[in-house]
Design a protein around this ligand. Structure first.
Ligand SMILES: [Zn+2]
Length: 296
């Protein structure tokens, strides 16, 4: 039997690029520290909009080759972060990007949104039982901002964590494993507002700015229980990983834009809300390590 690293982190995301935007600094830090970092991405992001005009031919309404292209972008991003274990839920292309809420793509037979949670969850149970993470990071029940694939990623991750811990559930998927701590991705409202103030003051190549309400997982300070400071090398790796998602992200210094070309800050400190398990920080303080209080 292989000996696993002492600290093991699992992140579940909807599309390639979500991991770098939300958790790039955290992933770079734990990879650099020798922890096991496993990324599971639920779809290939086939329905994304393409930023560079020279790659517009990949789009779903043209050649429909964006998914396979984004596999390569994710691969390049993981090299920047130093992460070697990245997988697609059920294998590449098993579940397709569902498009934005209400789009006709939501109803396609293989759309992730149109997949029963209990059909998708066993693929993640198998990963959990193999990699045995102490810490799981995913989105809140609204998926951070209401995208169907993000909501579904939350549901599948939550269900899989529960099923993986139950020895009676599908023992052929591996020995049961209970995840000690589960976190949701968060952004504290004051930090987001200060980021937009910086963007307005410094300016960027983007013609306009996004709004606080466009960003995923924004909550009041009081709900933040952990922060991972990505200062220095980890911040640089996060930005490099974001740049690797060429079809989806344009970076200008400390700012970036998605295909809507609205500028927003790159947050190199990343924030979390602990929703399962005990905080390892003294009462009233934020954790600065997602593994705080976890026995290895
Ligand atoms: Zn996404």
């Amino acid at each position: 039997m292989t000996v696993l690293p002492a600290r093991r982190l699992l992140l579940v995301h909807a599309h390639p690029d979500d991991e770098s935007i939300n958790n790039g600094a955290t992933m770079a830090r734990y990879a650099a520290e020798g922890a096991q970092v496993t990324l599971v991405t639920c779809t290939l992001g086939e329905e994304g909009e393409v930023i560079p005009p020279e790659l517009a031919h990949l789009a779903p309404d043209r050649e429909d080759r964006l998914g396979e292209h984004r596999v390569g972008e994710l691969d390049a991003a993981m090299k920047e972060l130093g992460v070697t274990d990245h997988r697609f839920l059920g294998g590449p292309g098993r579940f397709r990007d569902s498009g934005m809420m209400g789009a006709e793509q939501n109803g396609r037979p293989n759309a992730f949104w149109n997949t029963d949670v209990d059909t998708a969850a066993p693929y993640l149970v198998e990963v959990i039982r193999e990699t045995r993470p102490q810490v799981l990071v995913t989105y809140d029940p609204d998926g951070g901002y209401g995208h169907p694939d993000h909501i579904q990623a939350h549901r599948v991750a939550t269900r899989a964590a529960e099923l993986a811990a139950d020895p009676a559930y599908r023992p052929e998927l591996g020995p049961a494993h209970a995840i000690a701590k589960i976190y949701w991705n968060r952004l504290p409202r004051p930090v987001v507002e200060a980021g937009f103030d910086r963007l307005r003051a410094e300016g960027s190549v983007f013609p306009a700015a996004a709004e606080v309400g466009d960003l995923p997982g924004v909550v009041d300070d009081a709900r933040i229980t952990a922060e991972i400071d990505g200062a220095g090398a980890h911040a640089a790796r996060k930005t490099a990983a974001m740049r690797a998602h060429v079809t989806q992200i344009a970076v200008d210094g400390p700012f970036f834009a998605l295909s809507n070309n609205l500028g927003q800050p790159i947050f190199t400190t990343e924030y979390y809300e602990l929703v399962h398990g005990a905080s390892g920080a003294p009462a009233g303080e934020r954790e600065t390590d997602l593994f705080a209080g976890v026995a290895s």
